[in-house]
Design a binder for this molecule. Structure first.
Ligand code: FAD
Length: 436
């Protein structure tokens, strides 16, 4: 076993808010006698952005607070203190490093624009030498085993998936070892309340399809429930296009998005389930969807900031409009299309929308109303409880015809409504006020 360093190691938690299968945490524990953890509620994440929406609305803010509380509790069990601040990391990390004699910071590797800018500012804020150990830890298939050159990532999903499935193995999970009790330090920081972040307290909508709490414990409960307690996973492929209730799909995305659940943990749970109860198309299809999630991360690695540009990765020069009335009607669920309206009201009331709903409302905005797709993406970014930069911008580009859809389809929302909501069950939930 290697000699542990005398200097304290710092784990800076970003979108990897879990203790299990967390490479940064594992490395810090292995390399240092003492470890401290820190999380920043960055004020910038709760401010309005260029299209006028707050970057994070109340649904994700509440979920994040719950997640960080749970992370603090789970770290405490490992005798690691989690300090939390309402501040930008670039204003503060250097103070912590001085105070606790830290020369190494461990974090998840992020590559999108804002995160890279933050990294630069952090590096500039240090006058002394600091080591940054960053690891990709948000993937099912780790980039180090997939490609040396992201330019070679195929632009068609099927080619990507087939190659991965044939040649790459999913790594095993890591588990952290507790440190001695003496590692704990006095913690005078506190986790902000919703009102500190600029929101009022609220109750989860009684008809929400996502009624779960934030945090790793809740994520693992859901995993266990969906697989072993109810065995709903056996029917996933048949139910995944559903619109009503908690169980038509896994609902793993909010935990995956902030990293309180790892894609590898889901994968290995599926393997465990298959070993006990047998594999079928549905158990495979959850992995298939997780590969989509990876795919959009690889596309963002390949194209970098182009995923945020109006022309998308295809650099298409379409004429988009930004008519405020049309946008307001879309947001408020007052368009001419009742299926779009029901989905948009669901999003506004709950922070959740099904995948089928997302595809339809995005297609309607971009291909029927011809509105600049980035406005839709920014609104989703604000409202979605499961917002993930790569999945959101990747899917929006795909639907808007500036991304990876080789067929550039337009959804016929009324046909979709007939197919997926023939008995109006879904529309009745969200359009009650206008139907009766
Ligand atoms: C316009 C648009 C915007 C989207 N924005 C986001 C977003 O911000 N965050 C997000 O996590 N997903 C996004 N998605 C993808 C998808 O809608 C959600 O991942 C899915 O609805 C989450 O529900 P679930 O966890 O029950 O998914 P399940 O159907 O149970 O799938 C299991 C997991 O596979 C992954 N997955 C499934 N479908 C997709 C997909 N199309 N793209 C990428 N990963 C997928 C997710 O991680 C999901 O949790 C978006 C889709 C569209 C069309």
């Amino acid at each position: 076993m290697q000699q542990k360093q005398e200097n304290t190691g710092l784990v800076w938690f970003r979108n990897n808010l879990r203790v299990n299968d967390n490479v940064s945490l594992k490395k810090a524990i292995e390399n240092h006698k003492r470890v401290i953890a820190v999380f920043y509620f960055n004020p910038k994440h709760f401010k309005k952005e260029i299209f006028g929406f707050k970057k994070t609305e109340k649904f994700r803010a509440q979920f994040l607070i719950e997640t960080v509380k749970n992370l603090q509790k789970n770290l405490q069990k490992l005798n690691i203190t989690l300090l939390t601040f309402y501040d930008a990391p670039q204003n503060h990390l250097n103070k912590i490093c001085k105070e606790f004699n830290i020369d190494t910071i461990y974090s998840q590797k992020e590559w999108t624009k804002e995160e890279v800018e933050t990294n630069k500012l952090i590096q500039q804020s240090f006058s002394n030498k600091i080591y940054f150990i960053e690891d990709y830890d948000q993937f099912l298939y780790n980039p180090e085993t997939v490609s040396n050159d992201f330019n070679n990532i195929p632009n068609v999903f099927t080619s990507f998936r087939k190659k991965l499935e044939k040649s790459v193995k999913v790594k095993s999970e890591t588990t952290p070892t507790p440190l001695p009790k003496e590692n704990l330090i006095e913690n005078q920081t506190s986790i902000p309340h919703l009102k500190d972040l600029g929101f009022h307290n609220f109750e989860i909508h009684p008809k929400s399809a996502f009624k779960f709490s934030g945090g790793e414990d809740a994520a693992l409960n859901r995993l266990n429930n969906y697989f072993f307690e109810t065995k709903k996973v056996n029917f996933y492929k048949k139910t995944r296009n559903g619109l009503v209730g908690t169980d038509y799909s896994t609902k793993f995305s909010p935990w995956l998005a902030n990293g309180s659940l790892s894609a590898k943990t889901i994968y290995w749970k599926i393997k465990e389930f298959e070993a006990e109860f047998g594999a079928n198309q549905s158990t495979y299809w959850v992995v298939f969807e997780l590969i989509w999630r990876d795919y959009f991360k690889y596309i963002s690695l390949k194209y970098d900031n182009r995923i945020f540009k109006i022309g998308g990765i295809l650099e298409k020069n379409y004429t988009w409009n930004s008519d405020e009335n049309l946008i307001e009607n879309w947001i408020n669920g007052t368009t001419k299309d009742d299926f779009v309206n029901a989905n948009m009201i669901e999003l506004k009331e709950t922070g959740w929308m099904s995948n089928r709903g997302r595809q339809n409302v995005a297609s309607y905005l971009t291909k029927e109303l011809l509105i600049d797709w980035r406005i839709g993406a920014a609104y989703f970014e604000s409202l979605l409880i499961d917002y993930d930069v790569h999945s959101n911008y990747g899917n929006w580009m795909y639907v808007a015809g500036v991304g990876n859809d080789p067929r550039d389809r337009k959804f016929n929302t009324q046909l979709e409504a007939k197919r997926y909501d023939a008995n109006y069950k879904f529309r009745k939930i969200w359009l009650e006020k206008t139907l009766f």
